[in-house]
Ligand binder design. Structure first.
Ligand SMILES: [Zn+2]
Length: 142
């Protein structure tokens, strides 16, 4: 699309609840194309959805957003726009991921053993290794 071609067309976008009659910059792949700030406020890009804790929820994009980044050499970017109405709240972390994170917090960096307590974040050592190291230091000092 030629960015200097400012000719606009009237289109109707259905966001899952409301039909919005609005001006667009034409169509691409059968979807209305909007410039930055021109799309109905209930349409968000994947990134914008993520920022507010939503995900597209398997829906097809309902429109396209065409914009350029501020840097002069940046090329035209096309982002898919999704309906907020049909988006879903992001799932909480999978239990397995949490277990994995907790296991990392209980793993000693010295012996690699998973303890039944969280190792101190300062040393990341289990008490046995920590005490062993302290004892070594005392011996060296003596
Ligand atoms: Zn250890």
């Amino acid at each position: 699309m030629n960015p200097r071609n400012r000719r606009q067309a009237v289109t109707t976008v259905f966001d899952g609840r409301t039909h919005h009659a609005c001006l667009c910059r034409g169509e691409r792949d059968g979807l209305p194309v909007f410039g930055w700030g021109e799309a109905p406020s209930t349409l968000l890009t994947r990134t914008q959805l993520r920022e507010v804790g939503l995900r597209p929820n398997g829906q097809d994009p309902v429109a396209l957003l065409v914009f350029r980044h501020h840097r002069p050499y940046a090329r035209e970017t096309v982002a898919e726009l999704f309906s907020v109405e049909r988006a879903a709240v992001k799932r909480p972390p999978v239990p397995g991921q949490l277990d994995h994170a907790m296991e990392a917090r209980r793993t000693c960096v010295d012996c690699g053993e998973v303890q039944n307590y969280c190792v101190p974040t300062s040393t990341r050592q289990c008490w046995t290794c920590f005490e062993g190291e302290q004892a070594d230091r005392v011996e060296v000092a003596a």
